[in-house]
Ligand binder design. Structure first.
Ligand code: SAT
Ligand code: MN
Length: 590
């Protein structure tokens, strides 16, 4: 067994439970070596150098992108595979109609045969990690076993990885067990299995993002959502952002949008010049763990320590912070290259691609140069807007929760739920056009409740009931909103400029929370009138603004019928309160 000789205490001796489990996986996979990851800078350097030598990582132009590398995944392995992702609970109903389900025994047997002997020629890396600040009571730990050093490098950025995590596991005696192998990268031999009842994840056959970085969607959402229900908190697919107004007060907002709908951009928003005095601080860009605090407010931590963000579209105009952030010490996956070895992607206004994401000479006939789901992995500390409270073990107090989707029509720019219960209905009925973040057709509208359709580790009906229970415990609950940055006109033109201008909508929300802004009470919730939004310096016509802030009763009646049919698909486990709330909306529509 290979262990690093310079360690004072060899890591395996820190936790007997972990060591025993690792040994059992070593026997099953017949790994040729075992390497415990410490999470040190020198270890990351060493692994990076190994991957450069093997050709798996390409160093990028050191003058313009110092410390940056490019990884190319297998062309059939570029996104999450929802159809191969399973929740394996004893009872099928606990997984719910929102998940693929397999009986735990059957799933274990299937995975055992896949993992058997799969690391014969490979090193088994042991990656202890902590999701959340290492000293936060809200954080939770796990250990990922993987045969992919690319995964190790990503985990080193995305999580608090290594010795401190293993020390915490030894103290707490509990951890999420994650087994991962890239296998043969064969889509026919690929499964992502979750066993929430025993806090286990088994992932085989993919090296990509959410399939392979088990701390992220598998642990921090699917397993954590299950844990959160038993423990009274919420694990959500939400960014967390701090908004400092010109008076110097900071309020925190958490927003749930489906993958590749602009969460990272909103989390790092740059205020437009026409809104002077505002500052924006990122706490998290993808996942929020929310706990009712002793003060009756909802408190949030970001379990991650880095960003795994969509690259295409990033440029100095759309997101200057992100553009700056990814110019050093960044791991790019599936972007294109320029002649002088700089990364290139669609939406970049400078440079030209010569090599595409698959390493071929760039030919527009082959499609985009960078894969539409190409990603950057970068430490949150690189973010110029990183919040000073992002590492606060108590988290940050949340003033507003925002749901949203990508919808050409129907959903107005913004509306406010009347109260928490109505807000749970608003979240439960989110629908959005699908994106390149998951394999399958792009641009099809589907229900994506709370942006958790691919990530909720249990039956949505129970999840909504849990949301209602959490709200009942909050003396001072956040207000709940729905936004849609993606409204278009009949010709397909976007009505709202998005990006930095979205701050105008957030500003209205915060004024609402402070009791300082008016609204138009409509059947679906409270909407700003055009004069309630700060539109100084905004380049949107009156007609477009009116369209963005209107409710079409005929379309909404149809939507209500759709939502009812969708909710009723959850049968008798569905909390009656959701149908009550829907009936209220329907009666107000007249
Ligand atoms: O691939 S990930 O799940 O990590 C990113 C995303 O789809 O949001
Ligand atoms: Mn996400």
């Amino acid at each position: 067994m290979a262990t690093a000789p310079h360690l004072l205490t060899p890591l395996p001796s820190l936790s007997k439970d972990v060591a025993e489990w690792v040994e059992s996986v070593r026997q099953l996979t017949q790994a040729k070596a075992v390497r415990w990851c410490e999470g040190s800078e020198s270890e990351v350097k060493e692994l990076t150098a190994e991957l450069v030598r093997s050709g798996d990582l390409l160093p990028l132009n050191a003058e313009h992108f110092p410390g940056c590398h490019l990884a190319r995944s297998h062309p059939s392995d570029v996104a999450r595979v929802e159809h191969l992702t399973y929740i394996c609970t004893q009872s099928k109903d606990d997984a719910g109609p929102n998940n693929n389900w397999m009986a735990p025994d059957e799933a274990r047997a299937k995975m055992r045969s896949l993992f058997s002997g799969c690391m014969k020629d490979r090193t088994l890396y042991v990656v202890p990690y902590c999701m959340g600040p290492i000293d936060s009571p809200y954080s939770r730990c796990g250990v990922e076993i993987t045969d992919s050093p690319y995964v190790v490098l990503n985990m080193a950025i995305m999580t608090r990885m290594g010795r401190p995590a293993l020390e915490r596991i030894a103290r707490e005696g509990t951890f999420v067990k994650g087994m991962h192998s890239i296998g043969e990268l064969d889509p026919e031999r690929r499964f992502i299995m979750h066993f929430p009842e025993t806090l286990e994840i088994q992932s085989y056959g993919s090296g990509y993002g959410g399939n392979a970085l088990l701390g992220k969607k598998c642990h921090a959402l699917r397993i954590a959502s299950w844990q959160a229900r038993t423990e009274g908190w919420l694990a959500e697919h939400m960014l967390i952002v701090g908004l400092q107004n010109p008076q110097g007060e900071t309020h925190y907002v958490a927003c749930a949008f489906p993958s590749a709908c602009g969460k990272t951009n909103l989390a790092m928003l740059i205020p437009p010049a026409s809104l002077p005095g505002w500052k924006v601080f990122t706490v998290g860009d993808d996942i929020a763990w929310l706990t009712p605090g002793p003060d009756g407010r909802l408190w949030a931590i970001n379990p991650e320590s880095g960003y795994f963000g969509v690259v295409p579209g990033t440029n100095p105009e759309t997101n200057r912070n992100a553009y700056e952030m990814i110019r050093r010490d960044t791991l790019f996956t599936n972007v294109a290259l320029t002649e002088d070895n700089q990364p290139w992607w669609e939406g970049l206004t400078t440079g030209k691609p010569v090599i595409d994401w698959q390493g071929r000479p760039y030919d527009p006939a082959n499609g985009p140069a960078a894969h539409p789901n190409s990603r950057f992995t970068v430490s949150a500390r690189n973010n110029p807007a990183y919040s000073p409270h992002a590492e606060d073990p108590r988290g940050v107090p949340i003033s507003a929760l925002v749901f949203g989707g990508r919808r050409r029509e129907l959903a107005p720019l913004v509306y406010e739920a009347r109260d928490w219960k109505h807000g749970v209905l608003v979240g439960a009925s989110v629908a959005s056009e699908t994106t390149a973040a998951a394999t399958g057709k792009v641009g099809v509208v589907r229900r994506d409740p709370m942006a958790m359709q691919p990530f909720c580790g249990y039956n949505f009906a129970d999840y909504w009931a849990h949301w209602l229970n959490v709200g009942a415990k909050l003396k001072n609950p956040p207000r709940i909103y729905h936004v849609n940055w993606f409204r278009r006109d009949a010709d397909g033109r976007f009505l709202w400029p998005g990006y930095g201008e979205n701050l105008r909508v957030l500003e209205w929300m915060l004024r609402r929370c402070a009791g300082q802004a008016s609204a138009n009470e409509t059947a679906i919730g409270n909407l700003p009138r055009p004069e309630d939004l700060n539109v100084k310096g905004l380049n949107v016509s009156d007609a477009d603004l009116k369209a963005l802030l209107s409710v079409d009763p005929a379309l909404w009646k149809k939507e209500v019928a759709d939502i009812r049919a969708y909710l009723q698909g959850y049968g008798s486990r569905l909390p009656a309160e959701l149908l009550n709330q829907l009936a209220i909306v329907e009666s107000r529509l007249g």
